[in-house]
Design a protein around this ligand. Structure first.
Ligand code: PA5
Length: 469
């Protein structure tokens, strides 16, 4: 049990801090409460009616049990775990690994409690080829977790076909059963067909849960459990956050407040939402958030079928790195952004800064301080500078980064997304605009069912030399 409760701090979006031209006045905050409070009961009711099954994942003990059982099956013999997936089938695994395992996990067996983890969410031949070269003589100790709800995603399918061939060629066709875990829909889809046909070991993508809301299912939990992450604590964190984000008292509900603030600023022309962690371990959670926010909220039509073309643009920046890359723009460029810092109070490890060289006494002010103090001072300094430029800032405070706090964070942002969807009056659970690109890829790759589309794409694909300089 951990008590590392995360908190959303929102004073620095208020007009008292940054002025009423850019900040939220008390009256506006009261209005936001009135507008958003009824949505809490609405979302709670939808959840009770089974319309948002992702909300129940932290309570599904059978999922974590299946995951743990399968992970222990591989405990002894797996030295390399390779996740093949993309979008919601990959970003959660990457985020959990970066957040909860040491930076040198893959390289240092002393710091590692499980197999090395590689997540391939692309089809770059050089990258994948280099990995296959490395792994081809290590296949005996390698497990591939192919994750695809639909099974028809070209990237994942292509990776999987290559890996199956390599396993068959090197270890024999029978080896697939011992070296592949398929995570897919329980009943339908291409990967389900393959799984049944080849009798592969498998885990399920729960019914009604879209990829970007699936990290707390077997999709994200299997690689986490394999790599020594405490998935029970992760789910406990999510369950505890569930209580907070179900609270019908708006002023106590961090997801409702977060969504209300985000929606409010979007409507005032601040349509870019920058998430900036001051903690390397949290950086890939921002990629996960980016997909969640962009695919869920970027929509052409609202629930009434009207064209609305809405959606805040999520941007990821890393403190302090991006202070030296982005902050000039963030302070003096257009005031069109809402900032969310992620701040950690207690790091697992800290390092004292050594004495300054005698020839540079001007660096003495740093000597003897811990790096965590420097990092958090940089956060405070950047926030102060942004506030001076009247830029609204939120902070998610982590007492420490552990499975419990990360579970809370994931659930907080999933439910914030549901609230934001309700405020924008759009469906946050579909992604119709991703389909055309997927189908165009089928067409360009010669899929027989997409020949008409291939003909339409051809003119776009042909280079017109007049426009090449
Ligand atoms: O969030 C989503 O639904 C998407 O990002 C999908 O996860 C992604 O497109 C991969 O789809 P699939 O799991 O069907 O291969």
């Amino acid at each position: 049990m951990s008590n590392s409760k995360i908190g959303l701090y929102y004073k620095n979006v208020m007009a008292d801090i940054i002025g009423s031209e850019h900040g939220i006045t008390s009256q506006q905050m009261d209005d936001l409460a009135k507008e958003t409070a009824p949505l809490i009961s609405k979302l709670n009711a939808e959840r009770n009616e089974g319309k948002t099954p992702y909300r129940d994942l932290p309570y599904k003990t059978e999922i974590s049990q299946d995951v743990q059982d399968l992970a222990s099956r591989f405990e002894e013999e797996c030295e390399n775990l390779v996740v093949l997936g993309i979008g919601g089938s990959a970003l959660g695994s990457i985020a959990l690994q970066t957040a909860l395992n040491p930076y040198m996990y893959n390289l240092d067996s002393v710091q590692r409690e499980g197999p090395r983890l590689f997540v391939f969410d692309n089809v770059d031949p050089q990258q994948f080829g280099s990995f296959l070269d490395w792994t081809s003589d290590k296949l005996e100790k390698t497990v591939f977790n192919v994750i695809s709800k639909s099974g028809r995603t070209s990237e994942t399918a292509a990776q999987f076909m290559i890996v199956c061939q390599m396993l068959s060629d090197i270890l024999g066709a029978e080896s697939l059963r011992d070296h592949v875990v398929a995570t897919t829909d329980a009943k339908k889809g291409t990967l389900r067909t393959i799984t049944d046909e080849l009798r592969l070991r498998c885990l399920e993508v729960p019914d009604g849960v879209g990829g970007r809301f699936s990290v707390l299912s077997a999709v994200g939990l299997f690689s986490a459990a394999m790599c020594g992450i405490d998935i029970d604590l992760l789910l406990e964190g999510a369950r505890d956050m569930d209580k907070r984000v179900s609270d019908t008292n708006f002023s106590q509900n961090p997801a409702a407040i977060n969504a209300a603030i985000q929606h409010h600023f979007y409507n005032r022309g601040k349509n870019i939402s920058v998430m900036m962690p001051y903690c390397y371990a949290l950086k890939d959670l921002c990629d996960w958030y980016r997909q969640l926010w962009a695919e869920s909220l970027g929509k052409e039509v609202n629930l009434k079928g009207e064209k609305v073309f809405v959606g805040p643009t999520p941007v990821k920046a890393l403190g302090t790195t991006d202070q030296h890359s982005q902050v000039q723009l963030y302070r003096e460029g257009p005031n069109d952004k809402l900032f969310t810092f992620l701040q950690v109070d207690n790091f697992d490890k800290d390092i004292e800064i050594s004495p300054a060289p005698d020839c540079a006494p001007e660096l003495g002010f740093l000597a003897g301080a811990n790096l965590s103090r420097l990092l958090n001072s940089e956060k405070a300094a950047t926030e102060y500078a942004l506030l001076q430029s009247k830029r609204p800032c939120l902070t998610v405070h982590f007492d420490k980064v552990d499975a419990y706090s990360v579970g809370q964070f994931i659930y907080l942002y999933e439910v914030t997304t549901s609230f934001a969807g309700a405020l924008f009056d759009i469906n946050p659970y579909d992604q119709p605009a991703v389909e055309l690109g997927k189908e165009a890829t089928f067409a360009l790759m010669g899929h027989p069912d997409y020949q008409d589309l291939a003909a339409k794409i051809q003119p776009v694909n042909n280079i017109d030399e007049k426009f090449m300089v």
